[in-house]
Design a binder for this molecule. Sequence first.
Ligand code: ATP
Ligand code: NCN
Length: 209
Amino acid sequence: MSEFVAFGGTFDPVHFGHIISARDVAQQMGYQQVHLVPCGDAYHKGGALTHSTHRLAMLEQALAEEPWLLADGRETRREGATYTIDTLKDLRSELGPDAHIAWVMGSDTADQLTSWHNWRSLFELANVIVVRRAHESRPNLSSWPCRWMQDTKDFKACAFGAALELELTPVDISSTDVRCRLKNHQSVADLVPPSVLKYINTLGLYRES
Ligand SMILES: Nc1ncnc2c1ncn2[C@@H]1O[C@H](COP(=O)(O)OP(=O)(O)OP(=O)(O)O)[C@@H](O)[C@H]1O
Ligand SMILES: O=C(O)c1ccc[n+]([C@@H]2O[C@H](COP(=O)([O-])O)[C@@H](O)[C@H]2O)c1
């Protein structure tokens, strides 16, 4: 069965929390590859601060040496608001009805899923993996029209319609924190890979309000 695993985000900018979590998902689930997919127009955040060209370039630099992780620019090439459902429709027609497709999201994102465009239909196209950092409380996801699975092997046998929760070691970093530190001329060397820091410094990103 072919598989496609995507971790979507704004990645403004990508940080070690994203990278370590995506690595953890690949390892815990036994996936060959996890695609990190930056959204084009982050309509749900009133737009991203940084153009998708730069968010994708930073992701490419960050993942250059990561064997399991791939920067995937498919959403940055679409016009208009980025709706995940459109990405999943494209993926399903590309990969066929039997492929295992999984969309990965943090608990905070999962908590907002019912506000997404055409959210119920996501489960007719894909599975969802909710990654919960050990200290986070469990969001109430009882309205999701899916089958909750415990077993990794059973989950990976589903083309769509299933959900699974994974507990990860917390890495307490957010892009908001990274941006805030940069604006205040504080170090972010422990929060983002050196290649991302170099990109930020070269372009002077996030320095202005
Ligand atoms: N430290 C982290 N550990 C694990 N998952 C994370 C972490 N930070 C964000 N995520 C998850 O990564 C995905 C993309 O998040 P996003 O790009 O919005 O990053 P963010 O750090 O939350 O950004 P911001 O602070 O701007 O909201 C979301 O599903 C989110 O839950
Ligand atoms: O499809 C939607 O309506 C939708 C609404 C909000 C968020 N998303 C997606 O959720 C992912 C995480 O978003 P964020 O805000 O944590 O960067 C990212 O891939 C977004 O495109 C998608």
